[in-house]
Design a protein around this ligand. Sequence first.
Ligand SMILES: C[S@@+](CC[C@H](N)C(=O)[O-])C[C@H]1O[C@@H](n2cnc3c(N)ncnc32)[C@H](O)[C@@H]1O
Length: 304
Amino acid sequence: MTEPRKHTITVLESPDWVDYQLLDSGNGKKLEIFGPHRVIRPEAEAVWQPSLNAKEWGAAAAEFVPSPEENGGHWQSKTLKPGHEWTVGYKKLRFSLSLSNSKHLGIFPEQACQWDWVQDQIKKSGKPMRILNLFGYTGAITMAAAQAGATVTHLDASKKAIQWAKKNQKLSNLNPERFRWIVDDGLKFVEREARRNSCYQGIILDPPKFGRGPKGEVWEFYRGLPALLAACKRILADDAVFILLTAYAVKASSITIGQALEEIIPAGAGELECGEVCLREQVGKRLLPMAVFGRWSKFGGGIE
Ligand SMILES: C[S@@+](CC[C@H](N)C(=O)[O-])C[C@H]1O[C@@H](n2cnc3c(N)ncnc32)[C@H](O)[C@@H]1O
């Protein structure tokens, strides 16, 4: 029998941002700076008191005001109008931002540490890599992977998200030949790829708690994850390099995420890490937990 892996919980931050800052948090909200704009968004984890005074918070250009239904709400804008687009940079990548119909602006800044990690895996591999990014949204991590030299299949159920990702590809000045854009249901696509024996050296999954495929296919995190991971196992190439799974807004512990990944990675090989991605406040220096993750790399710790 293979020895069980030792699980350590890693706390990841993204200290290399210049164009983004979590200024403060508290009272169920976060005060952030995206490029030239200060915005306020709801944040359930911010159960403490803010460090900054009401005048500082009042200087925000827009605030997302939640409504009682899950993920509902609207932007209340002072100077920043819905529809206005601007660009922020992370290292050499460029992303288009705007106030969308949800509380999101087009990137998840706490994920920058994962963009760096994916680039590291690709560089360490030193070989051409085929990567699949499921539930890819506006494609920040897709851009990072392509910039490091991989060819990326980017999938999302939303045409609008794919259009947005294509805009980011142009803004980041990346070769369009590195991308394959797919509007489809995540699980259906992976099952189809498995039937076609189409394999990938790297898989990235950021499934939402609840979502719908383009034909109304229902995605529910807890019900769907086992089947999705089983299908991913079938498309993981023999020379696979990494898998990254992130979960937001679900009760799942990062141990659950890590152990779910264990089912599909080569036994005993490489390194499996699980933990939380966090934002660090600029003012109070507190950590704001944003998501849990599990990631496997063929490099590091175990047998390669
Ligand atoms: C925003 S990202 C993930 C972020 C994070 N996990 C969260 O829930 O906030 C979720 C993406 O999954 C896409 N999505 C939802 N259901 C899907 C499905 N069944 N198949 C493929 N993509 C889906 C959405 O369009 C969205 O772009």
